[in-house]
Ligand binder design. Structure first.
Ligand code: NDP
Ligand code: 8X3
Length: 256
């Protein structure tokens, strides 16, 4: 299915997988609606997307944790941008890596509010329009962490297990409409993810990828664009992808 001229809304488009996804859709000639909190970084991605072939880009400064702001942002879209064809629910993060009984409440709130509630708020604001227009595709960012919990990551893994349930629930709830629902579930991807998890500690973040060739954000973007470009009667329910150095959440091969 051609993606040319489609309106693609990517949340968390200012870095990592979201930015790579925006650029991959740009190369397909899609129109891009990009959202994140860091307006400067979003502007850089927007200008690159135009260079790569997006016919138009509209950026929104948005915190997905604020349900009123999310609804307002969708309600306020200029008419030319209102008919969203593809929603990529990518905004998300992990905070901390420690035993559950020592975890920081603020970290838990941030992960749950972003990865679970934020995803729900955006979905709730966008999907009704897709139902009315009888077309649309929601692509949610899950994780291998949602399939298998790892030590010290219970809350992050819990948010991705919730994504999995929400993804599957939404697919059931839109049954009978042409709207498609996909979860793209990567293993370890080298982005700012670990830097954010460790609150800016670069040394600790770098260790995560030591001896491993992780997935790149572009590998995940490729899977997202692939799912979006299947014929419109084909619903890809879930794509799980890891580097060859990772078998699951717990098992890695590290080169010494
Ligand atoms: P990055 O840190 O590079 O990107 C995260 C993006 O989410 C940023 O653009 C950030 O933008 C945005 N974001 C975070 N909080 C909010 C918020 N409250 N409102 C709006 N946007 C927000 O990490 P990744 O690219 O790796 O992560 C993207 C998604 O992929 C996440 O859902 C993550 O859980 C998932 N994932 C990542 C994996 C990995 O190993 N990297 C593996 C599996 C899944 P800003 O700060 O400007 O708001
Ligand atoms: C990100 C992958 O395993 O680092 O969802 O949590 S992992």
């Amino acid at each position: 299915m051609s993606l040319k001229g489609k309106i693609v809304f990517v949340t968390g488009a200012s870095s990592g997988i979201g930015a790579a996804t925006a650029l991959a859709f740009a190369a397909e000639g899609a129109r891009l609606l990009l959202a994140a909190r860091r307006a400067g970084k979003l502007a850089e991605v927007a200008s690159l997307a135009l260079e790569r072939g997006a016919p138009a880009v509209h950026s929104i400064d948005l915190d997905v944790r604020d349900h009123r702001a999310v609804q307002q942002a969708i309600d306020d879209l200029p008419a030319a941008w209102a008919e969203i064809d593809i929603l990529v629910n990518n905004a998300g993060l992990s905070r901390g890596l420690e035993k559950l009984y020592m975890g920081k409440i603020q970290d838990w709130d941030e992960m749950i509010d972003t990865n679970v509630k934020g995803l729900l708020y955006v979905t709730r604001a966008v999907v009704p329009g897709m139902i009315v227009r009888a077309r649309g595709h929601v692509i949610n960012l899950g994780s291998t962490a949602g399939e298998m919990t790892y030590p010290n990551g219970a809350v992050y893994c819990g948010t991705k297990a919730a994504e999995r349930a929400i993804n599957d629930g939404l697919r059931q709830d839109v049954l009978g409409t042409p709207v498609r629902v996909t979860s793209v579930d990567p293993g370890m991807v080298e982005t700012d993810f670990s830097l954010v998890r460790f609150h800016g500690d670069t040394e600790r973040a770098d260790k995560v990828y030591k001896g491993i060739k992780p997935l790149a954000a572009e590998d995940v973007a490729d899977a997202i664009v692939w799912a979006a470009s299947r014929p419109d009667h084909v619903n890809i329910a879930r794509v799980v992808l890891t580097t060859v150095h990772q078998a699951n959440s717990l098992l890695f091969h590290r080169e010494s």
